[in-house]
Design a binder for this molecule. Structure first.
Ligand SMILES: Nc1nc2c(c(=O)[nH]1)N[C@H]1C(S)=C(S)[C@@H](COP(=O)(O)OP(=O)(O)OC[C@H]3O[C@@H](n4cnc5c(N)ncnc54)[C@H](O)[C@@H]3O)O[C@H]1N2
Ligand code: MOO
Ligand SMILES: [Mg+2]
Length: 613
């Protein structure tokens, strides 16, 4: 589960900061983090000088931004500028002397120099801060000494065993959270229901029910613009300063006074991009050589591009122009980017409810805004149910298959830019299902389960939801193929309202129902204005049979050819066949009732991905 522990790596060093030395320790620590915690995410990496205030400010801002662990490297010694431990002490609320002592005691075995190191480790709110020495070797070694304590420390700090243990695959057999046994008793086989007691809902009604049961969030969070892609803005954004902040040249050419028209000009000075604006008076017979992006001297009112000029006189070595001839008559403002011409000072640049794109982030960077307020996203836990399931890392015994749903769903959500957390595999027994659900519900707003929702005596998800969690099942069957037993429930867990999607176990069914029901729900809650997938009319490229009374969502590759959408199905469409999702960017909706459809018939098609041509 990517992004489970978030890290920040702060190099503290005057010489790395001013560029006279290359920072090797910082990048090496990042590599170590990625190797040791493949599911982690490094959200910050910076170099600051050995200045107490700057170190403190950076630590505080990373803590505020929800960084789980900050590693500092450098500034822990006893030279006059070494100040990292003091800065760290000023930021932390609880010191962890054991961690520093352990690190030192291990270091003594390697070098006596460790006696001169003064690392501080501690906790501020939900962030663990660890000082490491500045040398690449030393910081790497010291990180390796304390690394085993990090996941547990993060769990303790966040008071969140379930999430952390789930992240490390300890769901089954984990005794750290006690869960009362389930109240569900598996039915005697002969006494079980012969017909599903759940009314069959149409897909559109099911979507309406889901959206009715959730509301667009009002919760916001403030995040760095680097992390803001695809988030929904929770505020209008205004520019304080104009862009450009000075009159700048649009072309490589000559800044002149337009009134003097075309003709010969003496080169008085030159200005390149990045130069300070030159304070000279440009006479009517003069010009200032300018490059694109350079500031224009105040008295000039036009730029003439190089292509529209000729050299009249040059220095003897041929390096400098002395006089040039303007071949065109310049007009006022020609090729000058006026102050505020792109963004006027105090103007609104971005609107609340915009979905942040690369362009938005560019605007935010251009106006110097470091953070934005966005709407909070729902946190999602995903778990699989099924006694036959094994992790894809395990060897299979007789009767076992690999769990493909969990990873497929977590990554399906990721495709639409939502994160989801892995809550393992529950066995088909009520206690195991209750256990896994408890852990997933404890840390998430939304839980997705797969399997165990149909008619079998071991399909226990619905029962456990109702009996053990007091859930309200809003529907338990939907008129669609794949996905008939799709279940949607709401419940209160520790005084918080939760949504549960009980998706079918068949792999294609799980993905199709996640697309049709979960993704629009996540978008709607996040306050996206467009939460439904686009629908187009597409013509079938191959004949299909619907062997079912239910409307069917065929997985297909959709192309736009000669002004029309054409859909080619991705082979066998049986619900168990996860391969039918490979290469599918569309779901073609064909009516049920056991009808056959010939090539060239057109159907509504939901676009779930980019067109492939
Ligand atoms: N008597 C009836 N039987 C079934 C009906 C029905 O209406 N009456 N509906 C069928 C339909 S449609 C579907 S879809 C499946 C859904 O079943 P469940 O949601 O109860 O899922 P399971 O029984 O647990 O598993 C079904 C199938 O999928 C495999 N599976 C489950 N989880 C995973 C996973 N994580 N990764 C890979 N494969 C998984 C599992 O081994 C089964 O083969 O029920 C029909 N039955
Ligand atoms: O609805 Mo099920 O998903 O067809 O196999
Ligand atoms: Mg079943």
């Amino acid at each position: 589960m990517d992004g489970f522990i978030t890290f920040g790596v702060l190099t503290v060093s005057d010489s790395c900061h001013d560029g006279s030395k290359q920072d090797v320790a910082g990048p090496t620590l990042c590599q170590e983090i990625e190797l040791t915690f493949p599911k982690s995410k490094i959200i910050f990496q910076e170099i600051v000088p050995d200045e107490q205030k700057q170190i403190e400010e950076t630590l505080l801002s990373w803590c505020l931004d929800g960084c789980n662990v900050i590693l500092t490297t450098g500034g822990t010694g006893c030279s006059p500028r070494d100040i990292t431990p003091e800065a760290t002490k000023a930021v932390i609320e609880k010191e962890l002397p054991g961690m520093s002592q352990f690190m030192l005691s291990k270091s003594f075995a390697i070098t006596d120099k460790a006696m001169l190191s003064r690392p501080v480790c501690g906790v501020r709110k939900k962030t663990l801060i660890i000082n490491l020495p500045g040398s690449t070797k030393g910081s790497k070694e010291c990180f390796s000494f304390v690394v085993s304590a990090i996941p547990h420390a993060v769990a303790l700090i966040n008071d969140d065993f379930a999430r952390i243990l789930a992240a490390h695959g300890h769901i089954q057999g984990d005794r750290s959270v006690y869960v009362e046994p389930s109240t569900v008793v598996v039915d005697a086989t002969a006494a079980r229901n012969r017909h599903s007691p759940y009314p069959m809902k149409e897909v559109d009604d099911a979507v309406r029910i889901i959206l009715h049961e959730c509301s667009p969030t009002v919760e916001t969070e403030t995040i760095r613009i680097e992390n803001a892609l695809n988030r929904v803005l929770a505020e209008d954004v205004y520019a304080k300063d104009p862009l450009p902040p000075f009159r700048s040249s649009v072309k490589d050419g000559y800044a002149v006074r337009s009134k003097a028209g075309s003709g010969v000009r003496k080169i008085k000075a030159s200005a390149a991009a990045g130069d300070e604006p030159i304070k000279i008076n440009v006479g009517y017979d003069e010009a200032v050589r300018v490059s694109t992006g350079a500031p224009i001297p105040e008295s000039a009112d036009a730029v003439v591009q190089i292509e529209d000029t000729q050299v009249v006189e040059a220095t003897q070595d041929g390096n400098e122009e002395i006089q040039i001839n303007l071949l065109v008559t310049p007009h006022v403002g020609q090729d000058i980017r006026a102050i505020g011409s792109d963004i006027a000072a105090n103007s609104k640049v971005l609107n609340k409810l915009d979905v942040i794109s690369a362009g938005h982030i560019g605007v935010l960077a251009a106006i110097g805004q470091h953070k934005v307020k966005v709407f909070r996203r729902s946190s999602v836990g995903v778990l699989s149910t099924g006694s036959e399931l094994k992790s894809h890392y395990d060897l299979l015994g007789p009767g076992q298959i690999r769990d493909s749903n969990k990873l497929a769903l977590i990554n399906l959500l990721k495709q639409y830019s939502y994160d989801a957390f892995d809550y393992g595999i529950a066995k088909d027994d009520p206690n195991s299902v209750k256990n896994a659900l408890t852990k997933a519900l404890a840390s998430n707003d939304i839980v997705i389960t797969t399997g165990g929702v149909s008619m079998g005596e071991y399909d226990l998800v619905k029962k456990v939801l109702v009996s053990d969690f007091g859930a309200l099942l809003h529907f338990g069957r939907v008129n669609m193929r794949p996905g008939k037993p799709t279940t949607f429930a709401t419940l209160h867990f520790r005084n918080k309202r939760k949504l549960v999607f009980g998706l079918p176990g068949n792999p294609a069914s799980a993905c199709v129902t996640a697309l049709l029901f979960v993704i629009p729900c996540l978008k709607y809650i996040e306050r996206r204005q467009t939460y439904n997938f686009p629908i187009v009319k597409a013509t079938l490229n191959d004949p299909v049979k619907n062997n079912d009374e239910r409307p069917t969502y065929l997985r297909a590759e959709v192309k736009y050819i000669d002004g029309a959408f054409v859909a080619t199905t991705t082979g066998n469409q049986t619900s168990s066949r996860i391969n039918s999702l490979v290469g599918a960017n569309g779901l073609v909706l064909i009516p049920g009732n056991y009808k056959n459809y010939s090539q060239y018939e057109s159907f509504n098609t939901i676009l779930i991905g980019d067109l492939t041509n």
